[in-house]
Design a protein around this ligand. Structure first.
Ligand code: ATP
Ligand code: MG
Length: 339
């Protein structure tokens, strides 16, 4: 398929085709050492926004702005093309029926998760996509281990699953607000104990490695908006009548915890961006740029998979001629019939 190999300069930093050996320090791979090369799902899609998979990420140095001024019309055209390519690839993912694709979106309020999901996935067949928004958990959800509620919503093979917020809230909002952890009633869980959070991050890494080993391709997007841009967007919601419905006083209250959230995101991204489930920290102050950058990663990810139309069993193929004749014959009977 022609779209497989065309990489767009916007998001590619020349890292394509790197040797796979850079992925793990000795002894740290969760995959069998006997494998001559890491399994397919272990290749993070190259992008200049890829959060390093070796734990060296520094969120304070990540930009919220496009690297250079962007032309809006060019970005719109590019997004239209990407939507179509992603749609074509999704149909192939569905027919191939071996891989699932999980897309995780996390961000501060008003960074644009909803609009990005809507625009980037617009070319997909809705029958093959499910989007789940994870809000405050129910009492039933809180009564289970913290991966239970999202695990129930994972995509099956052939499907794309989108998480608008996700299990990551458990090391973000729950870390910023220790009262949520207390409400979970976990024996010996103490929010002030760094080892508790390290344990949660280890659980997430293991869980995602397990999914990858079983055919789920995971890509995670942190839409990185600046505090000033968030202020402007909240003001727009207050000032523009058709945006009033989006305004929530709770969002302004949460903004008061900005620094604590940045620290929690910094830790989360650093410790959970791994080859089998990489994060991408996408500059989010320019919405058009952000959407194109996300779409580029999704397109490149899908096109790197060895997707193929399902093979037709030989015994079925031998009947093709016979079936064709039978169907053609029905047409001539219909032509001959009166009226
Ligand atoms: P939008 O505002 O665009 O509708 P949203 O994702 O911000 O989307 P809200 O209903 O405003 O949705 O907020 C959901 C809230 O639920 C967020 O503040 C989020 O941090 C919180 N939340 C999600 N998961 C958990 C969790 N596991 N524990 C506690 N709070 C959570
Ligand atoms: Mg909100």
């Amino acid at each position: 398929m022609c779209i497989r190999d065309s990489l767009h300069p916007l998001d590619v930093d020349g890292a394509h085709g790197q040797a796979s050996s850079y992925l793990f320090a000795p002894g740290t791979s969760p995959f069998p050492p006997s494998a001559s090369k890491p399994p397919l799902m272990l290749h993070p899609t190259p992008s200049r926004w890829l959060v390093p998979v070796d734990g060296s990420f520094d969120l304070a140095r990540a930009t919220t702005k496009p690297p250079q001024p962007q032309d809006e019309d060019t970005l719109e055209d590019r997004l239209d093309d990407l939507q179509k390519e992603i749609g074509d690839l999704q149909r192939l993912l569905y027919a191939d029926d071996r891989f699932a694709l999980l897309l995780v979106f996390q961000a501060m309020d008003a960074a644009g998760k909803d609009g990005t999901i809507r625009r980037v996935l617009a070319g997909m067949n809705p029958a093959g996509v499910s989007v789940h928004s994870f809000k405050k958990p129910s009492s039933e959800e809180v009564a289970h281990d913290f991966l239970w509620r999202t695990a129930r919503r994972l995509p099956r093979r052939g499907q794309v699953g989108v998480f608008n917020r996700s299990h990551y809230e458990e090391i973000l909002v729950v870390r910023v607000h220790p009262e949520y952890l207390e409400a979970q009633d976990i024996p010996d869980a103490h929010a002030e104990d760094p080892e508790f959070w390290e344990g949660r991050m280890a659980s997430i890494r293991d869980h995602e490695a397990h999914l990858a080993r079983n055919g789920t391709v995971i890509r995670k997007f942190f839409l990185h908006v600046s505090k000033e841009e968030q202020r402007q967007r909240f003001l727009d919601r207050l000032n523009e009548p058709d945006k009033n419905w989006k305004f929530s006083p709770a969002d302004v209250k949460e903004r008061g915890y900005w620094e604590a959230y940045q620290e929690a995101y910094a830790e989360a991204l650093k410790h959970t961006s791994r080859p089998w489930a990489p994060w991408y920290a996408i500059p989010a102050d320019d919405k058009d740029f952000m959407r194109v950058a996300v779409a580029e990663v999704i397109r490149a990810t899908l096109s790197s998979l060895p997707l193929r139309w399902p093979p037709v069993a030989e015994e079925n193929r031998t009947h093709f001629g016979e079936m064709r004749e039978q169907l053609m014959a029905e047409a001539s009977v219909a032509d001959d019939s009166p009226g």
